[in-house]
Design a protein around this ligand. Structure first.
Ligand SMILES: Cc1cc2nc3c(=O)[nH]c(=O)nc-3n(C[C@H](O)[C@H](O)[C@H](O)COP(=O)(O)O)c2cc1C
Length: 438
C-alpha cells in the first residue's frame, strides 16, 4: 500500500479540492491562528504569508479521527487495533541520503526567517507547536516526543519538557542533549511521537510500522530524523540554562502559567524547497486528537485484560481528549460496567471521568452517551467513586501543585435484568427518503 509524505498529501488535498486555499495575504501574528480556529476542522492552506514569501502555512490538516483513519486507509474503529499492532510489531525505518528535508540549508540561524505563529495575543511569544522532537540517550537510544517551543531570541527558544517525559529523563542524566525539532509530518510520525511507550523504544519504529517511514542523518547531529518532513531545527537543549516559557494555551483550552523551562539553542535550520509550515493550534481539535488517541489502546487493553469485552474507546474532545474516556463494552455479567471503569483508570492515569456504555451506543455521538446516562444510570447504584488521586496537571480544577483530583466512573450500561420498562431504543422502520421527497 502506498502512503503519502506530507508534501504529497498536501498535493493530494489540493488536487482533490479537499483543502481550502486562502489567497488573501495573512499575518502570522494572531491572524492565521484566528482563521484556522474559525475554519476548524477544515484544512487550510495560506498561500501568501506576510513577510515570508518563500513559505506557505498549512493547518487543521489532521483535526479529526476520520482524517487520520483516511490517511491510513482504514476506518476510525480500526485505529486502536492498528496502533496496538504497530507498537507490538515495530520495524526499523529505511535510511536514505539526500533527503527532501535538507534540500535547502539556511546559512545563518535566524528564527525570524521562519513563519512561526503567534497564536493568541496573550501568548508569551511565537510558538512552534507541531514539531516532533528527536533526541537520543547513550543507553536508551532514540526517542520521539512533542515539545512546544517559544522563540525569545534569533537562535534561542524555551521549550516545555514535562517531568517524566523520556526527553526529561535524558536531560536529567546528560545535562545537555542534542535535539532535532521536525515540522511538517504525516500521522505515522505524529501519532507515533504522541505515544507513551517504555523508555528505550524508538517511536520511529512505531511510525514505520504504521506506514513506511524514511529517515536520514541530521545535518549536524548524530540523529536519524524523518527524511520527508518540511523544516528541521537542529541544536541542543540545556537542562540548567532556563528561560521563561508561556503563557500558552494548553490542551484544556485554558492558559498555562509561565515557567522557567530548558533552553533550546538552534544551531542549524534545513528545509524542503518551497516549504510548507505545519501549524497546529494549541488546545484545538488537532492537538486533542493527537493527544487523546494514543491513550485509547492502553485503556482498551486494560479493560480486556480485566476480563470485560471492550469494543471501542473514545478519549473524546469534550473531555479535552485527556480527562474523559468513553468505553463501549459487550456486557456479559452485571459487574462488567464497574470492572471496566476501574480498568480504564488503570489504562490512563490522567483520566478523571470514565463513562461505560453498552454496545448499542455510538460513543462518538455525545447525545447518545447522554441518553444512556439519562435512561440507564442511577447514581446510588452505578457511580464508582475512586476517590482522591493524582490526575492531570492540565486540569484547572485539580489541586494545584499535587494534581490531586476526584476520579469518578459512571456505569451507563443497562441492567441485564429488566424489571419495568425496557432499555432498548425503539426503532422505526427504515425507509429511503428519496422514495417520498422529490
Ligand atoms: C500536539 C502535542 C503537543 C504536546 N506538547 C508537549 C509539550 O510541550 N511538552 C511535553 O512535555 N509534552 C507535550 N506533549 C505530550 C508528549 O510529548 C507526548 O505525550 C509523548 O508521547 C511523551 O512521550 P514519552 O513517553 O516518550 O516521553 C504534547 C503532545 C502532543 C500530541
Amino acid at each position: 500500500m502506498i502512503f503519502l509524505n506530507f508534501r504529497e498529501y498536501m498535493n493530494k488535498l489540493e488536487s482533490t479540492g479537499s483543502i481550502t486555499k486562502i489567497k488573501k495575504e495573512i499575518s502570522i501574528d494572531v491572524e492565521a491562528a484566528a482563521v484556522l480556529k474559525a475554519a476548524e476542522p477544515t484544512p487550510l492552506l495560506f498561500e501568501k504569508v506576510k513577510g515570508f514569501p518563500d513559505f506557505r502555512v498549512a493547518g487543521n490538516i489532521f483535526s479529526t479521527k476520520i482524517s487520520i483513519a483516511n490517511y491510513f486507509k482504514i476506518t476510525p474503529a480500526q485505529l486502536i487495533p492498528k496502533l496496538t499492532e504497530a507498537i507490538d510489531k515495530r520495524s526499523p525505518p529505511e535510511e536514505i541520503k539526500s533527503p527532501p528535508c535538507q534540500e535547502v540549508i539556511m546559512g545563518t540561524v535566524d528564527l525570524g526567517k521562519l513563519p512561526i505563529l503567534k497564536h493568541n495575543k496573550n501568548d508569551g511569544g511565537r510558538y512552534i507547536s507541531s514539531a516532533v522532537v528527536v533526541t537520543k540517550d547513550p543507553e536508551f537510544g532514540q526517542n520521539l516526543d512533542f515539545h512546544r517551543a517559544m522563540e525569545y531570541t534569533a537562535n534561542k527558544m524555551s521549550t516545555r519538557i514535562i517531568k517524566g517525559r523520556d526527553f526529561y529523563k535524558f536531560l536529567e542524566r546528560a545535562g545537555e542533549v542534542e535535539a532535532a525539532y521536525c515540522v511538517g509530518n504525516t500521522p505515522n510520525v505524529l501519532v507515533a511521537a504522541a505515544t507513551s511507550v517504555k523508555t528505550g523504544i524508538n517511536e520511529l519504529e512505531i511510525a514505520n510500522a504504521l506506514a513506511p517511514t524514511k529517515v536520514t542523518k541530521a545535518k549536524t547531529l548524530d540523529l536519524l530524523i524523518p527524511a520527508d518532513c518540511e523544516v528541521v531545527l537542529e541544536g541542543k537543549v540545556f537542562m540548567k540554562e532556563r528561560a521563561a516559557e508561556g503563557p500558552f494555551i494548553d490542551l484544556t483550552e485554558t492558559y498555562d502559567i509561565v515557567r522557567e523551562e530548558p533552553v533550546f539553542e538552534v544551531r542549524k535550520i534545513t528545509h524542503r524547497k518551497n516549504p510548507i509550515w505545519q501549524a497546529l493550534l494549541p488546545g484545538a481539535l488537532e492537538h486533542k486528537v493527537l493527544m487523546g488517541m494514543p491513550r485509547e489502546p492502553t485503556i482498551f487493553k486494560s479493560v480486556n485484560e480485566a476480563g470485560v469485552q471492550c469494543i471501542d474507546v473514545n478519549v473524546n474532545p469534550g473531555g479535552s481528549s485527556w480527562l474523559h474516556a468513553i468505553v463501549k463494552i459487550d456486557k456479559k455479567v452485571e459487574e462488567d460496567g464497574k470492572t471496566a471503569i476501574r480498568a480504564a483508570f488503570e489504562g490512563h492515569k490522567s483520566c478523571k471521568h470514565v463513562f461505560v456504555v453498552d454496545k448499542d451506543i455510538n460513543i462518538y455521538d455525545p447525545l447518545e452517551v447522554e441518553w444512556a446516562m439519562a435512561t440507564r444510570f442511577q447514581a446510588d447504584r452505578d457511580l464508582v467513586d475512586i476517590g482522591r488521586e493524582p490526575g492531570s496537571s492540565l486540569d484547572p480544577s485539580a489541586e494545584a501543585g499535587t494534581k490531586i483530583t476526584n476520579k469518578v466512573g459512571f456505569d451507563l450500561t443497562a441492567p441485564l435484568k429488566t424489571e419495568g420498562k425496557g432499555f432498548a431504543k425503539a426503532e422505526f422502520p427504515k425507509v429511503d427518503l428519496k422514495d417520498y421527497i422529490e
